[in-house]
Design a protein around this ligand. Structure first.
Ligand code: AMP
Ligand code: MG
Length: 190
């Protein structure tokens, strides 16, 4: 059984993981089975075991060659998983050397997603969410820089669609409207 592959992306602090976990719980309660996978956790497992990092937020500062190697290992493991799969990841990663494609050709073609979801919201809302998240080491950036990253992510998503024929779904996770975002994502998963 091929299963449905849904890749969910969004800049750090947009609330991606929160929306994913709630939508996952919602469809699970309806008897729809998904595996909820976090791409960064697959990378971190290896990076930590190798002593490269002690925190997941250090990975985007690693040398580009290292990041790509960890990315490829994660993609191979994820592509081998059958059935319905949610993949929590990034359309692009903001590294000191520039934007790194989260799903370069050898990754996106191995996964062959049905849909890539972009979770977005206003740049200033993201800025505030990052400042108030003490569980993570979020990059401190201005709203203009966050805007650039969100724009780049749309460009990357269009490229992924061209490579695989997947659809691109934009879901807005606005302040006080998280339930709406969860409903929209659950509809994509059904
Ligand atoms: P997250 O918990 O989703 O913010 O992911 C943690 C870290 O994992 C990110 O800051 C990246 O360094 C890394 N990561 C996640 N997905 C990818 C990907 N597709 N390609 C490269 N790095 C990724
Ligand atoms: Mg997350």
């Amino acid at each position: 059984m091929a299963g449905k592959k849904v890749i969910i992306t969004g800049v750090p602090g947009v609330g991606k993981t929160t929306v994913i976990n709630s939508a996952f719980d919602k469809v699970t309660a309806e008897g729809i089975t998904y595996q909820n996978l976090n791409f960064g956790s697959f990378m971190f497992e290896v990076a930590q075991a190798e002593g490269l990092v002690t925190d997941r937020d250090q990975m985007r500062k690693l040398d580009r060659t290292q990041q790509k190697r960890l990315q490829k290992l994660a993609a191979e493991k994820i592509a081998a998983i059958d059935g319905n799969v949610i993949i929590d990841t990034h359309a692009s990663v903001k590294t000191p050397a520039g934007y790194l494609a989260g799903l370069p050709e050898w990754v996106i073609s191995a996964i062959m997603p049905d849909t890539i979801v972009l979770v977005e919201t206003d740049n200033d809302q993201i800025l505030v969410r990052r400042l108030s998240d003490e569980t993570r080491v979020r990059d401190v950036e201005g709203a203009r820089s966050i805007a650039e990253h969100q724009e780049m992510n749309r460009a990357f998503a269009a490229a992924y669609s061209m490579l695989t024929g997947c659809t691109v779904k934009i879901i807005v996770n606005a302040d006080f409207l998280v339930d709406k975002a969860v409903d929209e994502l659950a509809a994509v998963l059904r």
